[in-house]
Structure formats: C-alpha cells, structure tokens
Design a binder for this molecule. Structure first.
Ligand code: SAM
Length: 281
C-alpha cells in the first residue's frame, strides 16, 4: 500500500503485547514523513522493533495546542503525518483531539489505521452485556468529586467502563461499593495482553476484598467494568422505608442514615441509599 500526501493517519499501537500490531500500521508508520508521538522516548524502541525509522516529533497534552497549527500547515503543504500514543488507540484517553478537530475543520483527510484499545479488549472478555455500554474514561482523582460523579451514574442501565491506574484502583472500587452497593457485579481487567494479565469478576465486595488481600493485584493498568443498573421490585417506593429514612436523614448524613435504616428495616442498603439520595434531592 502507499501513503497519500496531506493525510493525517491515526494509528493504533499495542497495549502490551507487541504482536498485536497490524501490518498496515507498520507500513503506514514506515512510509509517512513524520510521526507525532505522545512520548518519543517511549515510542522509539517500539518503532525500532517494527523496523520503523521515520522521524518522530512529540505531541502530548502539554504542547498539543501550540503544535497543531504547524502540523496542519505541513499537512496542507502535502506532508503525510501519523499520530500514535504511548499505547492503544490515540484520542481514547490520550492526546490528539485538537489535531483531529483542526484537520477536519480545514477539510484535511484523517484516516484511521485501527487496532487495539483497552476498552474493547476488556469488554470482549468481561462476560458483561456488551450490546450497549458507556465509556467513562478516568474518574475524577479526588474522593468527593469521584463520589458525586458516580452518584450521577447510579441508575445507568448500560455496562459502565472506566480506566484506572494502580494509584487509585482501591479508592475507586471502594467508592463504587459505597455508591452502587456491595452486590453490583464488576469485572476488573488488569495488565491485558501482558505477562500478568488477570481478568476477574464478582460482586464489588468480593472483588474489593480479593484485591485488598493481594498487593500484586494492585499493580499495573486496569479497566473496571460494572454491570448496569437493573430495576427490580425493591425499587418501588416503600412508604415505611421512606418514613424511617426521613427521620434519620433529619439528623444524619446519607451514609449513616442508610446504614441504620438497613439494620432497622432489614432491607438492602443499596436500595435505601438510592432512596436516601432521592429524598435529599
Ligand atoms: N489509548 C489507550 C487505549 O486505547 O486503550 C488508553 C490510554 S490511557 C492513558 C491508559 C489507561 O488505559 C490505563 O490507565 C488503563 O486504565 C488502560 N489500559 C491501557 N493498557 C491497558 C492494559 N494492558 N490492561 C488494562 N488496562 C489498560
């Protein structure tokens, strides 16, 4: 195949296993005039492995706004450019959006050279419904903002997909347990396509205690997938539940009120938590 002048190629690279690279991706990277890469030091060894000697230029989240006009101008002059990120598909929780937007705005051709992305890789083996899903990327780093973000997803019926790093895997799962309840099904996919690949599913409570008990399971890169919300009969408004919760919420924060109400009423904490949020609103 040959490369067209004035085209921006968006090229996916592997998320771990170097054999997950398409022949077309290698051909394109060998033939373009320039490769814009998130981290040139990271990408050089990978490109050497595929016999790609093309010139590299850094394009990361801190410089992409400034670099875009220059790259667009080069494309308009007829150069061909490929964009890669450190791993997987560019623009998927990775740099590239301003460049693609700018190219499309001025009518330049943007051509995908597809390959791996952690989200699709993880979903394909999750055993969770994949006919509809929502990709949420990385959750907010701070606890309060993260909890509020998750609360807004409480009744999302599609499978929820999150990216997470080793620094926050436990905190995020703990917040998910608080918001979605101990019984919500979750699948955690760690180190996909790498030596220590682990894909484990269960309830939030089960998966949390499994990861807490084994520090090895807290290492690496993660995709967290949550089963969507399933409405059941217990969601129907129970006047007694509402009465007890209202009394407790007059003096207590939501979490404590829910905890006590669950003891008093012998009801599911998750359902009471949702009801408590509704009352608060
Ligand atoms: N562009 C990439 C893609 O297409 O998947 C995602 C880049 S984002 C900066 C990195 C995050 O993707 C990691 O923190 C992790 O959540 C997820 N990820 C990337 N590689 C992974 C892998 N091998 N196993 C599990 N998750 C991975």
């Amino acid at each position: 195949m040959s490369i067209d002048p004035g085209v921006l190629y968006i090229v996916a690279t592997p998320i771990g296993n170097r054999e997950d690279m398409s022949q077309r991706a290698i051909n394109v990277l060998q033939q373009v005039d320039l490769i814009a890469a998130e981290d040139t030091r990271h990408s050089r060894p990978l490109l050497n492995f595929y016999g790609v000697q093309t010139r590299l230029q850094a394009l990361h989240e801190h410089n992409e706004q400034q670099r875009v006009p220059d790259l667009v101008e080069r494309l308009q002059r007829g150069l061909s450019i490929a964009l890669i990120s450190d791993a997987g598909t560019p623009l998927i929780s990775d740099p590239g959006y301003p460049l693609v937007r700018a190219c499309r705005d001025v009518g330049l051709r943007v051509v995908p050279v597809p390959g791996v992305s952690a989200i699709i890789t993880a979903l394909s083996v999750s055993g969770l419904p994949t006919d509809r899903f929502v990709f949420e990327g990385f959750l907010p780093a701070r606890g309060g903002a993260r909890t509020r973000y998750l609360q807004a997803l409480l009744e999302e019926s599609r499978t929820l997909v999150f990216y997470e790093s080793k620094h926050r895997i436990l905190d995020s799962l703990l917040d998910m347990q608080t918001v979605f309840g101990e019984d919500r099904q979750v699948v955690v996919a760690r180190e996909l396509t790498k030596t220590f690949e682990t894909i484990k599913g269960g309830t939030l409570a089960e998966i949390l205690s499994w990861i807490q008990a084994d520090s090895d399971q807290q290492r690496g890169e993660f995709v967290i997938m949550l089963h969507g919300y399933v409405a059941d009969k217990s969601d129907e408004l129970n006047p007694e539940h509402e009465r007890v919760l209202r009394i407790l919420l007059a003096d207590l924060p939501v979490k404590q009120a829910t905890h006590l109400a669950a003891e008093i009423l012998d009801a599911r904490r998750n359902d009471l938590y949702k009801l408590a949020l509704q009352i608060k609103e």
